[in-house]
Design a protein around this ligand. Structure first.
Ligand SMILES: [Zn+2]
Length: 362
């Protein structure tokens, strides 16, 4: 069963830690023993051989940089103090993806059009055991790199297909731990995004801004890596999605990607408990919560965020690499999901959304 993962910070890892995702997660862990990367970001869960074993056909791959006020140390190099620096950092990451696909076309390809997507899927569908290229859909996380809406043209041309206006707060809207509404610039950004057909990613936007965006944005809306707030009642944060937001997203035919991150599965979890404390069934509970709200299995998927600030040490014990997300298939079955509903959750919901939003050709 094919997996589509709606959130991985591949370029951030490639440029911050020198991670080479043509290698397996295990190879990366071995090569990083004694280095800073596993201390700062946990042991890697990602790599091309793992995508093959786990049938991960498409990955939404981010451009991400943090504002200087959130810099975590000297090692944290992709930070910015103004939009020119943000632009340059996001641009360097986009170049890194272009380089990756140019150097390894057998392993990774950019998905910018329907034709690109069809080529990837044909590969995976015609031969279950062969080696297949993984499709990368470019997602901009935090839009500070867009200096003015007229620049959206350039980002679209270079392959960006989804944009999340916030991570922390930006000049467009409030973000995680930094609440606030959509600003005038935020509204202008959304207007520009809709003209090109960018998909709007609500993840990290503050709820006030999300509710405004659900009203204002005429294009497709998703949340690539967010969990339902109702299952994290003790959390004092704006990082999760309230039922009001989830219902709004469902009404707009959006999709929520669930990250299997222990802290986001049970807020009380601490690393001292170890990864054994969180069973993989909790991921199914988060998926099921969205399905119960929607009344169907068409509005949820996986948005792992693996290697995005956490790694092996912070995911359920059944997961040794991304390939083990396939273990969700029997668990969803046990919960009563049909085969087609399971396929929807694992990947085909995101594929349908891509079919509706990607241009047929450039
Ligand atoms: Zn994020």
């Amino acid at each position: 069963m094919l997996i589509v993962d709606s959130h991985q910070d591949l370029a951030w890892n490639m440029l911050t830690f020198g991670r080479d995702y043509t290698h397996s997660a295990e190879e990366t862990r071995l090569s990083e023993e004694g280095s800073q990367a596993p201390i700062r970001n946990g042991d890697s869960l990602l790599g091309w051989p793992d995508y093959q074993r786990g049938q991960v056909a498409v990955v939404f791959s981010t451009l991400f940089a943090a504002p200087q006020r959130h810099k975590l140390g000297d090692w944290d190099t992709l930070t910015y103090t103004n939009s020119d620096q943000a632009h340059s950092s996001y641009s360097t990451q986009l170049d890194a993806y272009h380089r990756l696909v140019d150097e390894h076309p057998d392993k990774f390809r950019l998905v910018q059009t329907l034709q690109d997507l069809d080529e990837i899927l044909t590969h995976w569908e015609q031969d279950e055991v062969g080696e297949h290229p993984v499709g990368l859909v470019i997602l901009m996380e935090g839009a500070e790199g867009v200096r003015k809406p007229s620049e959206l043209d350039e980002w679209w041309e270079r392959g960006v297909r989804l944009i999340g206006p916030a991570w922390a707060g930006t000049r467009f809207c409030g973000g995680t731990r930094e609440p606030g509404p959509l600003t005038q610039e935020g509204y202008a950004l959304l207007e520009g995004m809709a003209e090109f057909g960018f998909t709007l990613d609500l993840t990290h936007m503050d709820e006030q801004a999300v509710l405004q965006a659900l009203d204002a944005y005429s294009g497709t809306i998703v949340a690539t890596h967010s969990n339902p707030q109702a299952l994290l009642k003790s959390a004092d944060t704006n990082r999760f999605l309230s039922d009001q937001v989830l219902n709004g997203l469902i009404e707009r035919d959006g999709i929520v990607g669930i990250p299997p991150f222990n802290k986001f599965l049970r807020w009380e979890w601490t690393s001292s408990e170890g990864r054994d404390a969180i069973p993989l069934e909790l991921v199914v509970d988060h998926i099921d919560y969205i399905c119960q709200l929607a009344g169907d299995a068409n509005h949820v998927g996986i948005g792992s965020d693996f290697d995005g600030g956490f790694g092996l040490q912070s995911v359920p014990a059944e997961i040794d690499s991304i390939a083990d997300l396939q273990k969700l298939v029997p668990l969803l079955g046990k919960k009563g999901y049909t085969e087609s509903d399971i396929a929807a959750v694992m990947g085909s919901n995101w594929l349908s959304l891509l079919r509706q939003t990607l241009p047929s050709s450039i």
